[in-house]
Design a protein around this ligand. Structure first.
Ligand SMILES: Cc1ncc(COP(=O)(O)O)c(C=O)c1O
Length: 373
């Protein structure tokens, strides 16, 4: 026990490790002097959301005084039917972010560790540290997740290995056989989290969303979100699919009414709107290669991406840094994501936009690159 001093009895103190956590900072939403900037900083759906989802949300506006169904029954049935999954193996969260937190809170204690890629999604490290686990970062050579590097960090206190596939912010992805190899080599007590937030935007036939693998595994949880292809980021709905006993353990600490009522109905309607999903996917599949090729043509380094965004590398030295490019784009009314907090300050992440947005990005970056140095 700590010695009692005037300092530590005079005010509440967060538990060990909390003050070492860097709070999550979302993409910029405004810039001085621009009334309606083009927001390409948060990997949102630039088509908005399904009109059916909006209608369902509005239809439930008269029920704001009523608690939602804590089990998210209508949504559970819809997800179960859509993906062919056992309803009792699903858990719903206030965004998939909450599912990561529930996993870490349920499975980690001091002395445990979690493993993630060096440039993996920021929410994992927050979830792990909040549960007082050590977070181990597997090196990602050339910004790619490397199965052997990750496995090298796993020991008998590794409770969770988080894999964003495709990855944010890199856009990189692992093929089905690599995911299977990763899983085969994990000890049974380590949970493999396969985060498929961007799975619907993948067009590589070698990719799998992992649901088939999870079906027969005792230690895989697949997570998905309504924030991306369905454009419901504001409503905060995500889900996880895992072994029944894992879901049952997590359910014990889930906040009872964590997915709000209009969100549940909007998500069901979104799931049913195949046209909107097809349009959202088609937009990305059309403009992702275009942006990759155009920005590459400007001499910038563009990572191959399977997400709804591209990662663009800028030279470090000649005055055309990523920070300068971010400021230049902002001055043209385009907001993108700087990646200092991911440890890749010489890159920017740019959400794929509507045609006019994408053309504006390329035009602006052509001007930026062509400026006298
Ligand atoms: C890889 C990845 N996983 C999960 C999420 C979070 O999704 P949600 O909005 O469901 O919390 C994001 C959001 O940007 C993401 O990039």
């Amino acid at each position: 026990m700590d010695t009692i001093t005037p300092e530590n009895i005079s005010r509440p103190r967060p538990k060990t490790g909390i003050l070492e956590i860097e709070a999550y900072v979302g993409g910029k939403a405004s810039v001085d002097g621009v009334a309606e900037p083009i927001k390409l900083s948060s990997n949102e759906n630039v088509l908005g959301s399904s009109p059916h989802a909006r209608a369902a949300f509005e239809q439930n506006a008269g029920k704001l005084h009523v608690y939602p169904d804590g089990k998210a029954g209508v949504l559970r049935d819809a997800v179960s039917a859509e993906f062919g999954l056992e309803p009792e193996r699903l858990i719903f969260g206030c965004g998939s972010d909450e599912v990561f937190t529930l996993l870490a809170q349920t499975y980690c204690e001091p002395g445990d560790n979690v493993v993630q890629g060096q440039y993996g999604f920021l929410a994992y490290r927050i979830a792990g540290r909040a549960a007082q686990a050590e977070v181990r970062f597997a090196p990602m050579p050339r910004l790619r997740f490397d199965v052997d590097q990750a496995l090298a960090l796993v020991d008998d206190r590794t409770r969770i290995l988080f894999l964003d596939n495709p990855g944010n912010p890199t856009g990189g992805w692992l093929h089905r056989d690599e995911v299977e190899r990763l899983h085969r080599n994990l000890p049974g007590g380590c949970i493999l989290v396969l985060d498929g937030a961007y799975a619907e935007f993948v067009d590589d036939p070698g990719f799998s969303d992992g649901l088939d693998l999870a079906r027969h595994a005792e230690n895989i949880v697949v997570t998905r979100t309504f924030s991306k292809i369905h454009g419901l980021a504001a409503l905060r709905v995500g889900w996880g699919y895992g072994p029944a006993q894992m879901i049952s353990a997590m359910e014990r600490i889930r906040s009872p009414f964590n997915v709000n009522l209009p969100a549940q109905f909007a998500a069901v309607a979104a799931l049913g709107d195949k046209d909107f999903q097809a349009q959202s996917r088609a937009l990305i599949l059309q403009w992702r290669p275009w942006l990759t090729q155009q920005l590459g043509g400007l001499g910038l380094e563009v990572m191959p991406s399977q997400g709804n965004f591209v990662l663009v590398g800028f030279p470090r030295e000649d005055g055309r840094s990523a920070q300068a490019a971010e400021a230049f784009l902002a001055s043209r009314g385009v907001l993108v994501r700087g990646l200092g907090n991911y440890g890749i300050p010489d890159h920017l992440r740019i959400t794929i936009g509507l045609e006019a947005h994408n053309r504006k990005v390329v035009e602006a970056l052509a001007d930026f690159v062509g400026q006298p140095g």
